[in-house]
Design a protein. Structure first.
Length: 660
């Protein structure tokens, strides 16, 4: 009959807890994984995964990413398909593996208890879960970084072991090759990965210094130090050699991309709060952290202490302690030096594992503390404190799952809903313009309509492209996303605003859907010379027609003049009133679709201001509809400029025809 010792029971309990954590990691990463729409970045993954490998690699040379992840997802897509679920479960699998590797790394660093706590902190962290449910390379980056650190640690342990007989050379070669290969995979995963190798370099310098000091004290020569130095150097040279084919491309891409901090800089305190929040509790830390942030600091302080029984006692306890700390500190300074802001927090998926290891060590220290009073139950108080703290932190993290899955603040851009709305509103002859080819990839993933989609720029003549599109389609749907980066000179929107009439402008998450109508020729403009307030005059105006049908767009061209500089931003309202005076349709916009702000008007200069008023379905056919315009202060919006004895000007009487 097998007898279980206390040690074997503890090991069995820890293994059972690890299996449970891995099952939970699978559950929380696969739950609702396909519910949200793919968004822009995932759209680029879709576009590349459907290409053959040679074409994909050729395409990647024009982008800012390395091809490793995209090659793997392309192979995965060939087997699993390209549904949202199929594309995202690749990241989910890698994220679950990162939990297992975190345990293996933590066990080698600090022992089983610390490793289990670290694996739990990765399991429940909503930052890790968020990117596990995204068809991008960030879960792969975390896994490769953790695996590389594990191999690096094995490499260091192997070359630090003091034995009477040196270990076979092939064992050293094996760990050297493993480190080189996994770092090569990391280099082909993301341009952020070299920071992981920098951390390894810092730790290697400390380790080699320790080895040299030991050998100098023992007066045994520097053979072990030289062997370690040559092996580590060889590993890095092999990594560089394997990356060499892509190195010229990388230099060109990074050099051409410039400073990646394209978004507006944030206050330092905002960045620090976001940084520490996502790597400790996760993406949703603002919703569920509460006062538990103090517990994190306490655990990390305990993680700095030395205690007997935590990991190996081989003279390198200090070195193992420093590994996650150096990893975290180096990451923070990298963000500071590169002036990266919260937009780039997604690069922190490897650092989240480092923080989890640091926190796990704190739990391990509590577990191994031995109070002076050894009588039960006092001897178990530190262990209880460690387990209670770890479980409390994981429960707090788990509270962030519901907002992660359901709160609008954490939902991805709804391209699925955008495509559905466009398809619902399309009419025969319409066209669709998207602001960049990358937007077209994700839009076309969901779009099933017949209207053509034009990803601008089509050629080197964007203005000519738009002219041709407007000549072929009476109505245009324009999808804008990230125009500050993709169209910094505002060529697409500026040309459409200048050459077409904007019907509507709405935000769908971080995307703008703007509807335009191609201009009709206005044979003549009517003189108005009507004063709006003290300085603004409507000189002339023109209408596309005084007869409209439901579903049409009534085009209005206004020509404004001011006799003095204006300090107030005014909006123009165009309204169609029912015969009884109630509102039938309305459009409000700053002049020139927001490009001709009144504060920019020059005295004596004529400002051309175009509007298109959508005629809603359901209007009763007949005469007696009135078209009016006016101006009001954008802030507050209830202050209209006076027009004579009223606050609007009547342009025309409109007839609504029966379009049946």
């Amino acid at each position: 009959m097998t007898r279980f010792t206390p040690q074997s029971r503890t090991r069995a309990l820890l293994w059972s807890a690890l299996v449970l954590l891995l099952l939970i990691a699978c559950a929380v990463r696969f739950h609702n994984i396909e519910v949200q729409s793919l968004w822009y970045d995932e759209g680029t993954t879709v576009g590349r995964s459907m290409r053959d490998i040679p074409t994909l690699i050729e395409t990647m040379q024009l982008n800012i990413h390395v091809p490793g992840y995209f090659v793997l997802i392309s192979l995965w897509e060939d087997v699993a398909g390209h549904s949202e679920f199929a594309l995202r479960i690749f990241s989910a699998f890698l994220s679950v593996l990162s939990v297992a590797v975190t345990y293996a790394l933590g066990r080698r660093l600090f022992g089983r208890v610390a490793a289990l706590a670290a694996a739990g902190f990765v399991t429940f962290n909503t930052f890790s879960i968020y990117y596990a449910q995204e068809a991008r390379m960030y879960s792969m980056l975390a896994l490769v970084a953790a695996l590389s650190m594990y191999v690096f640690l094995r490499f260091v342990d192997h070359l630090s072991t003091e034995q009477a007989q040196p270990q076979p050379r092939h064992v050293t070669v094996r760990w050297t090759a493993a480190l080189a290969l996994i770092n090569s995979v990391g280099m082909y995963t993301h341009y952020y990965y070299p920071l992981v190798m920098v951390v390894q370099g810092i730790m290697a310098v400390l380790w080699l210094g320790w080895l040299a000091w030991r050998e100098i004290r023992a007066r045994t020569g520097m053979h072990r130090t030289l062997r370690a130095l040559l092996s580590y150097t060889a590993a890095n040279l092999v990594t560089l050699a394997l990356f060499l084919p892509w190195l010229p491309i990388a230099i060109r891409q990074i050099g051409g991309h410039g400073n990646p901090a394209l978004a507006e800089a944030e206050p330092l305190e905002v960045f620090i709060r976001q940084f520490q929040g996502v790597v400790t509790f996760g993406t949703t830390f603002e919703d569920h952290m509460g006062g538990m942030g103090v517990a994190v600091y306490l655990v990390m302080i305990f993680g700095l202490l030395s205690v007997r029984g935590l990991g190996k006692r081989d003279g390198r306890d200090w070195w193992r302690l420093l590994l996650p700390i150096v990893w975290v500190v180096a990451t923070f300074f990298f963000f500071m030096v590169m002036q990266l802001n919260t937009r780039y927090l997604r690069f922190l998926t490897p650092t989240q594992i480092a923080v989890a290891l640091w926190m796990g060590r704190g739990v391990g220290v509590l577990w191994h503390l031995r109070p002076r009073e050894q009588r039960p139950p006092l001897r178990y108080v530190p262990r209880f404190a460690g387990v209670f703290t770890a479980v409390a932190l994981m429960i707090t993290m788990a509270r962030g799952l519901d907002p992660l899955y359901n709160a609008p603040a954490y939902q991805r851009d709804d391209y699925r809903g955008l495509a559905a709305q466009v398809e619902h509103d399309l009419r025969p002859g319409d066209g669709i313009i998207v602001s960049a080819p990358g937007v077209a990839e994700i839009f076309n993933y969901y779009y099933t309509g017949d209207a053509p989609v034009y990803p601008l720029p089509i050629s080197n003549d964007t203005i000519g492209d738009i002219d041709r599109i407007l000549s072929e389609h009476p109505r245009i749907f324009a999808v804008y996303y990230g125009t500050d980066e993709r169209d910094p000179d505002n060529i697409v929107e500026g040309t459409l605003d200048a050459q077409a009439y904007e019907i509507s402008d709405q935000w769908i998450d971080d995307m703008r859907l703007v509807r335009y109508v191609a201009p009709v020729t206005l044979d003549e403009l009517d003189e108005a010379n009507v004063a709006f307030g003290e300085h603004i005059t409507l000189a002339r105006y023109g209408l596309s027609s005084t007869e409209v049908s439901p579903g049409d767009a009534l085009q209005v061209q206004l020509e404004w003049v001011t006799d003095a500089p204006l300090e107030t931003r005014y909006k123009v309202f165009v309204q169609l009133l029912n015969p009884d005076g109630t509102l039938a349709a309305q459009r409000d916009s700053e002049p020139g679709a927001g490009l001709q702000l009144t504060t920019l008007w020059q005295p004596g200069e004529t400002v051309i201001d175009r509007h298109a008023l959508a005629i809603p379905d359901g209007l009763i056919p007949g005469e007696g509809y009135t078209l009016i315009i006016g101006l009001y202060d954008a802030n507050p919006p209830n202050n209209r400029l006076p027009v004579g004895t009223g606050d609007y000007y009547e342009l025309a009487t409109i007839e609504v025809r029966d379009n049946s």
